[in-house]
Design a protein around this ligand. Structure first.
Ligand code: ATP
Ligand code: MG
Length: 481
């Protein structure tokens, strides 16, 4: 059987320092329908690979400075780190150094070929590897589409508020308009961003997410966003593409944009004006085509007034705002969400789903949910394990200190007035006690955010032994159960 040329020529990178053999090989490869680019050293290969992706790399083992094995190690490490597209490597050896080939395969080479192999043998072997790789690639894509589809189906809710959000997503999906998603923590901002991407014409392109709050060091964040050239700063060993570049053809989701420092804000402003930027330490302008979606749980307009967020950047990103309301503002979504999560966790833990008594649903509805849907989801996961196949009553929720918040207007101001600070401290302590020193739940009892709870704990100097076991120290608003 002789190998017939494929429809589009596969692009091979050949790394071979022996000029005569390199010429012979690339001529043979071209005749078999491949397109070969030849370089003479591992260093040159690496330089090229920073910018280009090949379908396959064919490398000699003995090379002038860094060896073929070094090349395999670096390439596989970069692929594993997501810094390089997957591309198989095949090593070339002479018949009497097969042990080197074995070593190469241990380091991650897909196969080896001896230099004595005929043109057809080589073509056949390479084509087999390319086919296997193509299949693996398709499987990866398929898996990605499946999880995406699952998420899309999962924007649960019957309230007018969530319907409005879905309508907005549908309205702007086809356009490339820049979107700013605002809302408290855990309301589903990321879910909305993903839904927007999937509903858009860029659905087949990448969805790249960057959490701007995850990296405290501004230089690191800049290099994540815009990439860097080799040697741009200490530790920049290789050239690296940033998230802007990776999002080309797709959507770039910049989460927690309110956390960006002044330098990053300035760079972002320039990048969003022209979709053009340079890598850190680089000069060549890079142009990308991507849709920008921003999210924040801060009140950005207030951040602008306070002088912490650039006004010009605010106007640039706040082109089409979507506000995802907190759960307590759409109580009719609570029951469908609770049932949905109960069913999902039942499936996940291989248990029968619990049901909810009317009293339990009422208690869920009356809870303020400062952590929004994420908090509801965690509570339902716990209940699903405890109550699988049974009915959840209101007691179960009271056990978790969930249910009606304190009735408003129940406190009457005494004749002689009060010391508000003292009352506040006393209520904070009582709430903590009732919540078994879980700050998040205590915050729920007081109808305030975890951040505000934390601030009060600090203000009153409240401590509890159980808080020290957590890595975050005394302020850690963690679950104790
Ligand atoms: N309408 C919804 N239907 C189903 N699941 C939802 C819905 N909204 C949120 N969720 C789920 O709640 C969790 C929190 O949502 P998400 O991460 O999107 O919130 P967020 O607003 O980005 O929060 P943060 O500000 O903390 O980043 C996720 O597991 C998400 O799948
Ligand atoms: Mg989020």
């Amino acid at each position: 059987m002789s190998a017939s040329p494929p429809a589009t020529p596969c692009r091979l990178l050949v790394v071979e320092d022996d000029a005569d053999y390199a010429q012979l090989l690339s001529r043979n490869l071209e005749r078999s329908g491949f397109k070969a680019t030849t370089v003479k050293s591992a260093e040159a290969a690496f330089e090229l690979l920073a910018d280009r992706t090949f379908d396959l790399i064919l490398t000699d083992i003995r090379l002038p400075r860094a060896s073929g094995i070094d090349l395999i190690e670096r390439v596989t490490a970069q692929i594993a780190a997501g810094e390089m597209e997957p591309q198989p490597i095949v090593v070339l050896t002479s018949i009497n150094s097969v042990d080197m080939a074995v070593e190469a395969m241990r380091k991650g080479a897909a196969d080896y070929l001896t230099k004595e192999a005929t043109r057809d043998e080589i073509a056949l072997r390479l084509r087999k590897i390319l086919e296997a790789n193509e299949l693996a690639h398709e499987n990866r894509q398929l898996r990605r589409t499946l999880t995406r589809y699952e998420e899309f189906e999962n924007i649960i809710g019957v309230s007018d508020a969530i319907k409005r959000v879905k309508d907005q997503v549908a309205e702007i999906a086809a356009s490339d308009v820049t979107v700013l998603i605002q809302g408290e923590t855990g309301v589903g901002k990321e879910l909305v961003a993903r839904a927007l991407h999937r509903a858009s014409s860029r659905a087949r392109g990448p969805f790249i997410e960057v959490n701007c709050a995850a990296l405290p060091d501004e230089n690191l964040l800049l290099s994540e966003l815009f990439g860097h050239e080799r040697g741009a700063f200490t530790g920049a060993i290789n050239r690296k593409r940033g998230h802007f570049e990776l999002a080309d053809g797709g959507t770039l989701f910049l989460d927690e944009v309110g956390e960006l420092g002044p330098i990053a804000q300035a760079r972002l402003l320039r990048a969003t004006e022209s979709f053009e930027f340079t890598r850190l330490g680089g000069e060549r302008p890079i142009h990308v085509n991507c849709r920008l979606v921003f999210a924040t749980n801060k009140d950005l307009a207030a951040e602008v007034k306070e002088g912490r967020f650039r006004e010009d950047l605010y106007y640039r990103i706040n082109v089409y705002p979507i506000f995802v309301p907190p759960l307590r503002a759409r109580p009719e979504d609570i029951a469908p969400l609770a049932r949905f999560f109960a069913a999902r966790f039942a499936e996940k833990h291989h248990l029968a789903a619990p049901s909810f008594s009317p009293g339990a649903l009422r208690a869920l509805r009356d809870n303020p949910w400062p952590g929004n849907i994420r908090e509801l989801r965690n509570v339902i996961e716990r209940l699903s394990i405890r109550f699988h196949g049974r009915e959840i009553g209101p007691e179960a929720l009271h056990d978790l200190n969930l249910g009606a918040p304190a009735e408003s207007g129940a406190i009457v101001l005494p004749e002689g007035g009060i010391d508000l600070e003292q009352v506040e401290e006393s209520l904070v302590r009582q709430a903590l006690q009732r919540a078994e020193w879980n700050q998040r739940r205590a915050a729920g009892l007081l109808g305030i955010s975890v951040d505000r709870m934390n601030a009060r704990v600090k203000k009153f100097g409240i401590t509890h032994p159980s808080w020290r076991v957590h890595k975050g120290g005394r302020g850690a608003p963690e679950d104790a159960d």
